[in-house]
Design a protein around this ligand. Sequence first.
Ligand code: NAD
Length: 329
Amino acid sequence: MHVLVTGGAGYVGSVVSAHLLAAGHRVTVLDDLSTGHADAVAPGAALVPGSIADRAATDVAFGRSTIDAVVHCAAKSLVAESVRAPELYWSNNVGGSLALLEAMRKHGVGRIVFSSTAATYGEPESVPILESAPARPTNPYGSSKLAVDQMLASYANAYGFSAVSLRYFNVAGALIGDGLSLGERHATETHLIPIALQVAAGTRPALSVFGTAYPTPDGTCVRDYIHIIDLADAHLRALEWTARSEQAHLVCNLGSGSGNSVLEVVEAVRRVTGSPTPTVAHPNRSGDPAVLIASNGLAQEVLGWAPTRDLEQMVLDAWNFAQQPARSA
Ligand SMILES: NC(=O)c1ccc[n+]([C@@H]2O[C@H](COP(=O)([O-])OP(=O)(O)OC[C@H]3O[C@@H](n4cnc5c(N)ncnc54)[C@H](O)[C@@H]3O)[C@@H](O)[C@H]2O)c1
């Protein structure tokens, strides 16, 4: 199949592209390179530089040859920025996605897998979080993703789209090997594992731990981490699901189904790197729930997917990626 991967020059999109290519599929990437990198586009994929919101760019991306399905990763994804400048998120994530869906209609493509997020749930009433849990995002980033989930449901109903919203929890790790080296290169890094690895490498003085008195075993926040390669595999399975489903929208969590505290992640970083990795305690950040863990039963049941790589592997792969020669962030 020929897949259009939006955001394929970014962290998730680059690894998903590589995974699709390795499975024998064809990939075209549409990316405006706002946070992505042209040299992260998986070898063998064709890059169309441009925005999902730009009709001329989508005409080129869809017009090159028949596209069978879309994996839609392109988005802005910084929670704090979304609170400060929500218009960027409504415009890029929601307006851009609407333009993409209209381009799909124009070009007769009705299969899509979307990068949704655990941030659509907001503060959970109970964990593990089921897909049926109320979606009450606590910031414009989460709201913008939920709006696209709802947009997909309406396009499935009205236009027969077959769509999957994959609600990722915390994605980590890298894809290294077979001449590939793809991992996180965010200029503004907000994810715990790459930040902790920067401390281990000595490029940051200490790791800020926000909240040490949560009702968790060691007092720090617990999150659900998922390896980027397991995540990529779920996209292929979701694309296969869209081929056998019509006029349907599936919302599906992607997480390990278990949690690790901030201090457990720091311990894993210390074991993998051998560095003391100092930490500094700070007060809780508002809106940071104590525990976020996915129920992944639906992904197992419907997609036949299960995570196979643990936290140690995520930290090791991210460390090996970070140790490679300097590239632009
Ligand atoms: N990384 C995570 O832990 C995580 C967790 C939950 C959800 N997500 C979602 O997964 C997706 C990918 O995240 P990531 O970590 O790879 O981010 P990223 O910033 O590395 O990748 C996003 C890519 O989209 C591109 N892009 C942004 N706006 C665009 C537009 N209008 N047109 C074309 N390209 C555009 C950027 O240049 C970048 O290459 C995002 O939608 C994000 O919300 C990520």
